[in-house]
Write a protein that binds this ligand. Structure first.
Ligand code: UN1
Length: 499
């Protein structure tokens, strides 16, 4: 399909795509596909006020009824899956299957949130005082600002929006400047769900398009109590303290530098498949992409040989073509950063396989590059830095404790995994003294998490949790209640205060 046909299928009119100041390019061929109108900073006050007004109504709508809106969103997403998936491919350069997979992830979180809307449970707690009962109640917090990254332009929004909405919080979404189109298309889908829902307050879900100043307005506002931000550690280091300084709550999902330990007993066929998908899938542009391989010395050469062979067979090219496995990087700056990291790794003693620019058999104008495998003598500064591109550094180890130490010796703490058939190693990897990451897997790669688990990580990854499990608690305020149904007023801790 041509870009124009993909945009029309996603419901865009030419007026929406022209006349604005934000230029959108497709990573497929670098073509300018739209000039979008940006939100002006001066409008942000009104947008936030509208969100607050929506909050005052939405918080009183029963949670299962709020869930109905998300159920309708899930239905609309199912109906629009092909068109939105194709738009993700156009705007981010993901291969077709991954574009569709991203929309499936949105549908999955909607289903999860619908169930959650009837399961916002609090505890009942034993009181030490006679005739008293204690409990916890969960209340909506207020507007939730969602700052999302280009690489999962719509799924990460839906993780936050689906939960926030059932939790009673309006949302204001600031997508990456690189991906306004998928955001606008998602809003169109959301608007269809809102229309069917009928009586949602105006401004319950808002989209703001623009650069850092727009994001800063959200981050600075006391009227936006929750900021959920996904992106670089550099961005998080700015957002986190600013939100904290005004007593807001932030949910941060920042950099990853995800490793796999490959132990001597590993099923190497499975490991090779897991490595290739997680290191080169999405052209290495997932937060969860595999970036470091920590391989036992006894199998290092065999594994590297198998991987270099597998890498050489990977089809690189137009992500719209069904056989392609590696599409373009998001832009040329990204490819320049990858090349700079490879040069730095080489200077630190690395041996680079692959990593060359690809210009034949691919659409002209895109940043196509062969994935790189880099054998490193040690975990150098470059290995410890996240480069958002398909670079896999290979390190080797002698004993298991050394492997765990290498795995943990980076500033980031998102995802991790081990390939082993040794039960002791597998279990040790998951203990308090094992992986220090928010996600730790056994015999599967570090990427491609399901929505049912809490998603996020430690250290410079920011500590936030989104998506499944009890991540919903991050979108609500907890109230502890003590109810006295007796005719006396005993004090806790046996304190006497008679007068
Ligand atoms: C991200 O890259 O920010 O686990 C999200 C995964 C996907 C989500 C990645 N489900 O790889």
């Amino acid at each position: 399909m041509t870009h124009a046909a993909t945009l029309t299928a996603a419901g865009f009119t030419s007026a929406e795509l022209t006349g604005g100041t934000l230029t959108v390019r497709s990573p497929i061929d670098g073509a300018e596909v739209a000039h979008i109108t940006e939100t002006r900073v001066e409008e942000m006050g009104e947008i936030i006020a509208l969100s607050q007004a929506a909050f005052r109504q939405w918080r009183e709508v029963p949670a299962p009824r709020r869930g109905e809106l998300v159920r309708l969103l899930g239905e609309e997403l199912r109906a629009a899956k092909a068109e939105l998936g194709a738009l993700v491919t156009l705007e981010v350069g993901k291969i077709t299957s991954e574009g569709l997979g991203e929309v499936q992830e949105m549908i999955d979180i909607c289903d999860f949130a619908v169930g959650l809307s009837r399961q916002i449970y609090g505890l009942t707690i034993a009181s030490e005082r006679p005739g008293h009962r204690m409990m916890e109640t969960w209340h909506p917090m207020g507007p939730c600002g969602i700052i999302s990254a280009f690489n999962f332009p719509v799924a990460v929004w839906s993780w936050n929006a689906a939960l926030a909405l059932v939790c009673g919080d309006p949302v204001i979404w600031k997508p990456s400047e690189k991906t306004p189109l998928t955001a606008m298309a998602s809003m169109k889908i959301m608007e269809r769900a809102l229309a069917r829902f009928g009586d949602a307050p105006e401004g319950l879900v808002q989209l703001v398009i623009g650069g850092p100043a727009i994001g800063e307005a959200l981050v600075a506002s006391k009227d936006v109590p929750i900021i959920s931000a996904t992106g670089s550690t550099r961005m998080g280091a700015i957002v986190g303290p600013k939100v904290a300084a005004r007593w807001g709550r932030s949910i941060l999902e920042l950099g990853g530098n995800n490793a796999m330990i490959v132990a001597p007993s590993a099923d190497l066929d499975m490991a090779v498949r897991a490595i290739v998908f997680s290191a080169v899938g999405t052209a290495g542009q997932r937060c969860t992409s595999l970036r470091r391989l920590i391989v036992h010395k006894s199998i290092h050469n065999e594994l590297v040989a198998r991987l270099t062979k597998a890498y050489a067979s990977l089809p690189i090219g137009d992500p719209r073509v069904g056989t392609t496995l590696i599409g373009p990087l998001v832009d040329h700056a990204s490819r320049d950063r990858m090349l700079a990291a490879l040069a730095a790794a080489k200077a630190e003693g690395g041996t680079v396989h692959g990593g060359q620019t690809v210009s034949s058999g691919v659409p002209q104008g895109g940043a196509y590059i062969a994935p790189a495998l880099v054998e490193m003598p040690a975990q150098t500064a470059t290995v410890k830095t996240e480069t958002f591109a398909p670079i896999l550094y290979v390190l080797s180890y002698d004993d298991f404790a050394e492997a765990i130490a290498l795995q943990n010796d980076v500033p980031q703490g998102l995802s991790s995994c081990i390939f082993t058939l040794n039960l002791r190693e597998a279990e040790a990897f998951l203990t308090a003294a094992g992986s220090d990451c928010g996600i730790a897997n056994v015999n599967i790669g570090p990427s491609g998490a399901e929505i049912g688990g809490a998603f996020g990580g430690e250290k410079e990854t920011g500590g936030g949790r989104e998506s499944g499990s009890d991540a919903w608690r991050g979108y609500m305020r907890r109230q502890t209640n003590t109810i006295n149904y007796s005719a006396h007023l005993p004090l806790a801790q046996g304190v006497k205060f008679d007068f």
